[in-house]
Design a protein around this ligand. Structure first.
Ligand code: HDE
Length: 696
């Protein structure tokens, strides 16, 4: 610790002793400050002597710490946890009859896109498998400006008027005094609010269903929710609802699985999206349009401006007009996913709003929130938010102005000739609002046409399979059992007889309510003439293959190499993926002495992370697994979560130990065509028949 000739030789090398420590030169760039001043020492602050005090003049230290102190921007008040990716939208056919929107004018046109998926209630660091709505926000960088379709994975919403949004979100997020629970609606405030807002009942059915616990962001639908307009070159308007249909089909997890995934891998959804894109399995959705005219709007059972209602596909079929492909992960999460600013008000010529009061409120909110989050009006100068088409206007200055006009003229009209005079408006190509005729008194009133709160909730419920209905009942029981105040539980249950009497009874029984609950007063009687709509169910719309799914293969030393290879071949032929789980992450020595590479150790790769599992230990290798709680959980969870299990005879002691009775979902792999039969079974995703024997 002694000073030598005013130098600090021993000490300046502290932190540089590591053999990987590099210094600039020979192609390695020199570290500089933000001002470009080369830095000589990034390990030690400038001190008077090796033991301090530290000097105030150390501008490098101060700049580094100052910048670090300001690294965070406010997280989104809703949809804070999200994950984004780049891609493109490809138009299948020209839609000139419907819209003048530039991206729909030419078949095969590719429009760059950025998509951000999110959960709603949780903070930025919350777990991916919360029971929640998923945001599905798409930014299309068209040749006529940015078009944002800021949707969700559920086609309806909780409320009808934007003025209730702050209340809804306050009630759903953590309670303000205690700041918990995180990312959950299972608490008094949320259910208190919901029980007092019958208009939320349709959405409640959706969020209590498996739609709110998707298996992957790649396997969920997206919806624009509101009714919009498409406007063609002649000024004709067609109403439209936007849908995103996943190419790989829909899939959700089971609640007990979701709870365990959150512990095993809180980043399950973002990891899945990242891995799929990195491996070239680009997720894809088709854009579907539900198109209808004024006549349909007037005759439809509900108001097309009411965001708590959907239009069943049986009534207005979906026309698929293009595909969205995500083929590139972000380079920098903060710069792109965190700074991306979606605004429902970003629409392009050929598209227009409807009078949905929720949408009208959103059009104010999104622009406003970006100013707070991104620090000023120049957030469009951030590359992720900038249009990719030419843009010119006279807006100037403000915080962090990056795109600054040159020249003398910054106003309009002006008499300067082009090009000095700058851009001019274009009555022919510029955005035109649809000249809808509006005339009425200025009032604060909810439309009578919005008053039916239960009929579509019932329609959704009766469109589900028995299994899916049971999941809805179970999640209502789960959530309400976390509500401390009995009166709130009872009030919520009082809405359910209007949806389905059996559902109401089931939930009341599950909650152990002793007295019969009187049905709530309904503004409108529930319609019983609405037919089930098959497309509302996940289970009735299974995927055609097991593509994009993942198999967990449990191996040990002595695992049969030929069988392992045959299994991999069958998985890859299906365009599915796999991970190997071994007692040690270093891998296992197969029957022929070769090594099988492992990605997870037992316990690090629980079966909840996979869509199906194969259990192929050797007889000897299986013995230590019998005592291993994680290995037992691996098989008992796979069983309880209704997964298909490929197995070999030598795995049976492990099944016995876990108390599993082998059923039709267990496929013996060492029979002829075993692996192919196993993968073919996996296409059904789950052995639903087993559910009657398992309570989770
Ligand atoms: Fe949002 N919403 N929202 N919302 N919303 C935001 O904007 C708001 C609604 C949706 O990945 C905020 O940039 C109001 C419906 C998504 O960055 C904020 C109302 C739907 C995202 C906001 C609604 C959505 C948001 C917070 C009622 C489905 C994430 C941060 C009138 C159609 C976008 C931000 C992203 C984000 C307001 C209702 C979807 C505060 C006032 C309905 C996917 O502006």
């Amino acid at each position: 610790m002694k000073r030598k000739n005013g130098k600090h030789q021993e000490h300046t090398i502290q932190g540089k002793g590591d053999e990987v420590h590099q210094i600039a030169g020979g192609g390695v760039p020199t570290l500089t400050t933000q001002q470009g001043i080369p830095v000589s020492d990034d390990q030690n602050s400038l001190k008077v002597g090796p033991r301090g005090p530290t000097t105030l003049e150390d501008f490098h230290l101060r700049e580094k710490i100052f910048h670090f102190d300001h690294e965070r921007i406010p997280e989104r008040v809703v949809h804070a946890r999200g994950y984004g990716a780049h891609g493109y939208f490809e138009t299948y056919e020209a839609l000139t009859d419907l819209t003048s929107a530039d991206l729909f004018q030419r078949a095969g046109e590719k429009t760059p896109a950025f998509v951000r998926f999110s959960t709603v209630a949780g903070n930025k660091g919350s777990a991916d498998l919360a029971r929640d709505v998923r945001g599905f926000a798409v930014k299309l960088y068209t040749q006529q400006g940015n078009w944002d379709i800021v949707g969700n994975n559920i086609p309806v919403f909780f409320i009808q008027d934007a003025i209730k949004f702050p209340d809804l979100i306050h009630a759903a997020k953590a309670e303000p005094d205690r700041d918990f629970p995180q990312a959950q609606t299972a608490h008094d405030n949320f259910w208190d609010f919901a029980s007092l807002m019958p208009e939320s009942m349709h959405m409640i059915m959706w969020i209590m269903s498996d739609r709110a616990i998707p298996r992957s962001l790649r396997f969920m639908e997206g919806f624009g929710v509101h009714t919009f307009r498409l406007i063609n070159a002649a000024g004709k308007s067609t109403f439209v609802k936007f849908h995103w249909k996943p190419k790989l089909g829909m899939q959700s997890v089971i609640w007990n699985e979701a709870v365990k995934i959150n512990g095993a891998d809180p980043d399950f959804h973002r990891r899945d999206l990242w891995a799929a894109i990195q491996s070239g399995n680009y997720p894809e959705w088709e854009l579907g349009l539900q198109l209808f005219d004024d006549k349909f709007a007037n005759e439809f059972e509900f108001d097309i401006l009411d965001a708590t209602k959907l239009i069943p596909e049986e009534q207005v079929p979906i026309r698929r007009v293009g595909r969205l492909v995500l083929d590139r992960c972000v380079d920098n999460f903060f710069a792109e996913t965190e700074q991306v600013a979606f605004c429902t008000s970003n629409i392009v010529p050929g598209v227009d709003f409807s009078n949905d009061p929720l949408l009208q409120g959103r059009n104010f909110s999104y622009l406003d929130t970006q100013i707070k989050r991104l620090g000023g009006p120049n957030f469009t100068h951030i590359p992720i938010n900038a249009p990719k088409c030419p843009f010119h206007n006279f807006q100037q200055d403000g915080h962090m102005a990056m795109v600054n006009p040159k020249g003398r003229v910054n106003y309009e009209p002006n008499s300067w000739p082009s090009p000095e005079g700058g851009p001019r408006e274009s009555p022919t190509t510029g955005f035109q609002s649809f000249p809808a005729e509006e005339q009425d008194s200025k009032i604060r009133q909810r439309s009578e046409t919005f008053a039916d709160h239960y009929s579509q909730a019932r329609q959704f419920y009766i469109s589900q399979t028995k299994t899916e209905q049971e999941h809805i009942a179970n999640s209502l029981v789960f959530e309400l059992s976390k509500v401390e105040k009995l009166a709130i539980r009872v009030r919520l249950v009082s809405h359910l007889p209007h949806i389905d009497v059996e559902l109401a009874d089931r939930v009341a029984k599950g909650l152990g309510l002793h007295e019969k609950v009187q049905p709530a007063k309904a503004a409108r009687e529930t319609r019983t003439d609405l037919k089930p709509s098959k497309t509302l169910s996940i289970v009735q719309n299974p995927p055609k293959s097991f593509a994009g799914r993942k198999v967990g293969i449990l191996v040990t030393d002595g695992t049969d190499r030929d069988l392992f290879d045959a299994l991999i071949k069958a998985i890859e032929a299906e365009k599915a993926t796999f991970e190997v789980i071994a007692p040690a992450v270093g891998g296992a020595k197969a029957s022929d002495g070769t090594m099988i590479e492992a990605q997870q150790k037992v316990g690090g790769g629980p079966s909840v992370l996979y869509d199906a599992v194969a259990v192929i230990p050797s007889a000897e290798g299986c013995q230590p697994l019998l005592k291993n709680a994680a290995a037992r959980d691996f098989v008992s969870d796979a069983f309880a979560h209704l997964k298909f299990v490929g197995y070999v005879e030598s795995a049976k002691p492990l099944f016995d130990k876990a108390g599993i009775d082998i059923d039709g979902g267990f496929i013996a792999l060492n029979k002829a065509k075993g692996p192919a039969t196993f993968i073919a079974a996996c296409r059904k995703l789950r052995q639903w028949d087993r559910e009657q024997f398992v309570i989770t």
